[in-house]
Design a binder for this molecule. Structure first.
Ligand SMILES: NC(=O)c1ccc[n+]([C@@H]2O[C@H](COP(=O)([O-])OP(=O)(O)OC[C@H]3O[C@@H](n4cnc5c(N)ncnc54)[C@H](O)[C@@H]3O)[C@@H](O)[C@H]2O)c1
Ligand SMILES: [Zn+2]
Ligand SMILES: [Zn+2]
Length: 361
């Protein structure tokens, strides 16, 4: 029997999101039905609402979620009803050309539920990042449901499902930040602060946080930034060079998603250093850089999709580090909210009041 519930739907470009009745099917073969307990509000949800990711409205938003397995479809044997899971937007297929090359963290054919969730009139919903978790019940591929230690609070555990994993992985997997490195992080929202926390975990020596909001910079210090730069009144490239003996940092992580901050990251790194782009640009943005500088400065320019994570390897590990007191995930949860408050949470995100608002059910 399909389930009737309510979900946060983005109906059109730039329009306020709406809480609407939705229909969630029973899980089909290889799928699971998840009872969502908590779901974080990520900037990517706002990108969807702005039409910056695709035009496939209506979207069912929400994708940073934890909950329990309610029902499993045919052939599902690695999770069972009652299991506590974090939902991942990457479930490597094992057979695409990237998986076969031994690089499943780039999987080009990641699995999602095949059945659509719909509006009451049958209109199919496009679930954000193949999840759709601002709803009490959601259907995903079984491979997307990653079991973690149930001792973790759902509102914290869910954040590992997107932004926090993206930031941790941008530092640890994509940027390969190592003991003694110098790192600069541009943009200290949930993603940037997680990159800072990841850099600290890796043993980085110097961690420079850059933002345009002093509140964000204060929070960045709590996550491990050793220095902060307010880019609204200081040239961040000059400031970073000064803090690193005139050289620039080994790894520069861009967690805003604009050409301006990308260029700053590009020029703030040492010769042969690494730039990691984890912020998501919009389709209109263009980058203009002297090609000679791209050549002459060497090193590597990388994009980080989901922190190059392998959810089944990384989620349980980070949750365990959290439970051991070695990774402060509680600090990312600025507030818990009701499902009807997502639009207001977008405004709070834009005005810099929160790192993460988390919907709890
Ligand atoms: N690559 C991925 O897999 C992935 C995953 C999740 C999110 N993201 C993206 O990461 C980005 C950050 O997400 P978030 O949830 O942390 O967003 P957020 O809005 O919470 O944080 C963005 C931060 O950037 C700061 N900022 C804005 N302009 C700036 C500037 N010119 N210089 C320095 N700082 C500036 C803001 O003050 C804010 O603190 C978004 O683009 C989001 O879509 C990427
Ligand atoms: Zn694959
Ligand atoms: Zn996200």
């Amino acid at each position: 029997m399909p389930h009737q519930t309510q979900g946060i739907v983005a109906v059109g470009k730039g329009e306020p999101v709406q809480l609407q009745p939705i229909i969630v099917p029973d899980p089909g073969p290889g799928e699971v039905l998840v009872r969502v307990q908590a779901s974080g509000v990520c900037h990517t949800d706002l990108h969807y609402r702005e039409g910056a990711i695709s035009d496939d409205f209506p979207f069912l938003l929400g994708h940073e979620a934890a909950g329990t397995i309610e029902e499993v479809g045919e052939g599902v044997d690695d999770v069972a009803p009652g299991d506590f899971v974090v939902i991942a937007w990457r479930a490597p297929c094992g057979t695409c050309r990237s998986c076969l090359r031994g690089r499943p963290w780039y999987c080009f054919d990641s699995r999602n539920a095949r059945q659509p969730m719909t509006l009451e009139d049958g209109t199919p919903l496009s679930p954000a990042l193949g999840i759709g978790a601002f709803t009490e019940l959601t259907v995903v591929d079984a491979g997307q449901a990653v079991k973690v230690n149930p001792a973790a609070r759902p509102e914290v555990a869910g954040l590992i499902g997107c932004g926090i994993m993206a930031g941790l992985g941008a530092a640890l997997n994509t940027g390969n930040v190592s003991r003694g490195d110098s790192v600069a992080v541009f943009g200290c929202g949930g993603v940037g602060d997680a990159a800072i926390a990841g850099s600290r975990l890796a043993g980085a020596h110097t961690i420079i946080a850059v933002d345009i909001d002093d509140r964000k910079l204060q929070w960045a210090r709590d996550f491990g930034a050793t220095h902060t730069v307010n880019a609204s009144n200081t040239d961040p490239v000059e400031a970073i060079q000064e803090l690193t003996g005139g050289n620039g940092v080994d790894v520069a992580i861009e967690a805003v998603g604009t050409p301006e901050t990308y260029k700053q990251a590009f020029y703030a790194r040492d010769l042969a250093g690494t730039v990691v782009l984890v912020g998501v640009p919009n389709p209109e943005m263009r980058l203009d850089l002297p090609l000679l500088d791209v050549f002459g400065r060497g090193g590597s320019l990388k994009s980080s999709w989901y922190g190059d994570c392998l959810p089944k390897r990384d989620f349980p590990m980070f949750i365990d580090l959290y439970l051991q007191g070695r990774l402060d995930l509680d600090r990312f949860v600025s507030e818990t909210i009701a499902i009807g408050d997502v639009e207001e949470a977008f405004h709070k995100m834009e005005s810099g009041e929160v790192l993460r608002s988390v919907v709890v059910f």
